[in-house]
Design a protein. Structure first.
Length: 146
C-alpha cells in the first residue's frame, strides 16, 4: 500500500503567506492618501451646503444671518438673531484651519441673499490649501484648490 498525503509543505505555506502580506501592505499604504482626499471633499461639501442653507434662511426669514468661523476652536456657526440659538453650529476636524484672506472670518448674508463683505478666505488642510471666494452681488461663492 502506498501512503498518499496531499498537503502543503511549510515552505509553500510560508511563501503564500508572505505574498499575501506584501499585497495587503501595499493596499493599506495606497488607501491612506485617499482618506485625506475624501475627508477634504466631505468637509468642503458640508461647508458649501451650510452656506447655501444660511443664505436661503436669510431670504426666507427676511433677516440677516451671520457666518462666523472660529479656527482656534475648530468650529463655525451661522446665527440669525442673537437671542435665538444658532441656525447651524458645526465642529470640524483639526486637519482644517481657516485663515483670513481679503475678508475677516465673519460675514453676513443679508435679507436679499447678498453678502455684506466679499473677498476670500483660506482653508488649510494637512496637504492642501483651498480658497473660499465670496463674490460681490447675489451672495455667490465657490471653493477651489489654491
Amino acid at each position: 500500500m502506498k501512503n498518499n498525503q496531499d498537503g502543503f509543505t511549510l515552505i509553500e505555506s510560508l511563501l503564500v503567506l508572505s505574498i499575501f502580506m506584501i499585497i495587503s501592505s501595499i493596499t493599506v499604504f495606497s488607501l491612506k492618501p485617499q482618506h485625506s482626499v475624501l475627508e477634504d471633499e466631505a468637509f468642503l461639501t458640508q461647508l458649501k451646503a451650510d452656506l447655501y442653507y444660511s443664505q436661503q434662511y436669510a431670504i426666507s426669514r427676511q433677516y440677516d444671518v451671520s457666518v462666523v468661523f472660529l479656527p482656534e476652536q475648530y468650529r463655525y456657526y451661522m446665527v440669525g438673531r442673537p437671542e435665538l440659538p444658532p441656525i447651524i453650529e458645526r465642529n470640524y476636524s483639526k486637519n482644517f484651519y481657516f485663515v483670513e484672506g481679503t475678508i475677516p472670518l465673519y460675514f453676513k448674508f443679508l435679507r436679499d441673499g447678498n453678502v455684506n463683505k466679499f473677498g476670500t478666505l483660506h482653508i488649510q488642510t494637512t496637504s492642501k490649501t483651498y480658497q473660499l471666494t465670496v463674490l460681490i452681488g447675489k451672495g455667490r461663492f465657490y471653493v477651489k484648490e489654491f
